[in-house]
Write a protein that binds this ligand. Structure first.
Ligand code: XMP
Length: 206
């Protein structure tokens, strides 16, 4: 008789093994984390109140949401399911980090097509406000493309001086000026699926 896992690739085997394997891989990633800064339960609670704040402050009528990929993906998925109004979701691929721990200082728009925002109120979602270059560049571009107003929300904002004069209308948490991963944020493409925000060990970044 054939083994039920026998014909599958390694990835499928991991899924077939269920929760135990999932915990093992989360634990492996946990070893690279110096400390957990914001745990899952705290994030969930803050998203409840953020959604209420956004719903209260955003003008009545259509909402076009722009999600900045890939970092804001997890934040957006959890936040938007708490906003009780019809909305349209668009994604934008921008890059300023190119994989490392320091902003390159330049924001690149990677998509061939820009979402249609003319005449719309836009809610722009990003994972983290750091130098401010990304939020500034994307907000400017949205206004150039004819958006009536750009409302901004970020999960995290670093408490530091910004390269651009910009602030977010809604901030989940203010954090210190340190490199964080998890809950959508990555280092070299890793750690986005950690359910919390944590500080990466220096040794894991080499
Ligand atoms: P700026 O500097 O433009 O940064 O405000 C926004 C983008 O830079 C990335 N970023 C980080 N990514 N840990 C990360 O994983 C961090 O601590 C961090 N700080 C900035 C992020 O993609 C964000 O959208």
């Amino acid at each position: 008789m054939s083994n039920v896992h026998g014909d599958f690739s390694d990835d499928v085997k991991i899924l077939a093994l269920g929760g135990g394997a999932q915990r093992k891989y989360l634990t492996l990633m946990r070893d690279d984390i110096e400390r957990i800064l914001i745990d899952e339960a705290v994030i969930e609670k803050r998203l409840d109140s953020m959604a209420v704040e956004i719903e209260r402050d955003f003008p009545v009528g259509p909402m076009v949401v722009i999600i900045l990929l890939k970092g804001a993906l997890v934040f957006a998925a959890d936040l938007l399911r708490r906003i009780p109004r019809p909305l349209e979701i668009e994604c934008l691929n921008v890059a300023s980090y190119h994989g490392g721990r320091e902003s390159s200082g330049k924001v690149d728009f990677l998509d061939r097509h820009f979402p249609e925002v003319k005449g719309q109120h836009v809610l722009l979602l990003d994972d983290i406000l750091d130098t401010g270059r990304t939020l500034h560049a994307v907000s400017e571009r949205l206004l150039e493309e004819g958006a009536v107003a750009v409302h901004t929300a970020v999960l995290l904002a670093k408490d530091k001086e910004r390269a651009e004069h910009v602030s977010a209308d809604h901030v989940g948490f203010e954090i210190g000026d340190e490199f964080v991963v998890g809950y959508g944020l990555d280092y070299n493409g890793k750690y986005r699926n950690l359910p919390y925000v944590g500080v990466l060990k220096r040794s894991a970044a080499n």
